[in-house]
Design a protein around this ligand. Structure first.
Ligand code: SAH
Length: 245
């Protein structure tokens, strides 16, 4: 696969490829993704709720879908999901898992930028979770997400904030103290401040509707949605219904 001209860091992809086989182990290195998933699903359902029924019947694209933890959950809730990623190994795991649990959805190894050229504005909802902090040019990725969503559609992103607390929690805590994540999973300088994400969205024609934090309670060992966006957070954008003339 020709990836050199794409907005992808091959060393980053290799890290995820190495995790492919244990992706669906809820106690493995993807544990945080499993634990976060009900919250992100709840957030997404709330963001797209309208007169019509949430995810039901919606065309959804999950960019950087990995082994499909979120893609599958959205498909179970009735969405027509396409998951894309550039690691074939994680996509193979995603496909096998969907067959195993009999959830119907589609996976493809295609770059978001390339799909945006093939199917511009094709999706009612585009999600991109825990991926932007792993790509060389996140602003260009946000532009591709904006091109993929239909006018008036939703883009929902999650990532890690960049500040000393995020460093302490996401890197020192998760990779060195509790070791829930393998060392080297995250690079601090690639973390993204909400203001940066909002600006990239604006520049791509996406209006920021909401920012919500994901807080971890070490006593109950559980996550919850929170107004505090200091570490991990979700952002909901809408693409303008009218195109600029
Ligand atoms: N979104 C999933 C997986 C997050 S892990 C979830 O939250 O459950 C990050 C994923 O992004 C990995 O599967 C990795 O292979 C993928 N990835 C990294 N860079 C990418 C790129 N440029 N294009 C597509 N996928 C990418």
């Amino acid at each position: 696969m020709q990836t050199s001209a794409r907005n992808v860091d091959l060393a980053e992809l290799a890290k995820f490829t190495a995790l492919a086989q244990s992706w669906w182990d809820p106690q493995g290195p993807s544990k945080p993704l499993h634990e976060l998933n009900p919250l992100r699903l709840q957030y997404i359902e709330r963001a797209v709720a309208s007169a019509t029924a949430g995810l039901q019947g919606k065309q959804v694209l999950d960019v950087g879908c990995g082994g499909g933890i979120l893609s599958e959950a959205m498909a179970r809730n009735g969405a027509q999901v396409l998951g894309i990623d550039l690691s074939q190994a994680v996509l193979d795991v995603a496909e096998l898992h969907a067959l195993d649990v009999k959830v119907s959805l589609e996976y493809r190894a295609v770059a978001a930028e390339e799909l945006a050229q093939q199917r511009p504005g094709a999706f009612a909802l585009v999600t991109c979770m825990e991926m932007l902090e792993h790509v060389p040019e996140p602003a260009a990725m946000v532009k591709a997400l904006a091109a993929l969503v239909q006018p008036g559609g939703d883009v929902i992103v999650s990532t890690l904030n960049r500040n000393p607390l995020a460093f302490a929690v996401a890197i020192v805590g998760a990779e060195y103290i509790t070791r829930v994540l393998p060392r080297g999973t995250h690079e601090y300088l690639k973390f993204i401040r909400p203001s940066e994400l909002a600006r990239w969205g604006r520049e791509a024609g996406l209006e920021l509707r909401d920012l919500t934090g994901i807080a971890y309670n070490p006593l109950t060992r559980s996550f919850r949605l929170s107004p505090n966006t200091d570490v991990n957070y979700l952002a909901h954008f809408k693409r303008s219904a009218k195109e600029p003339v």
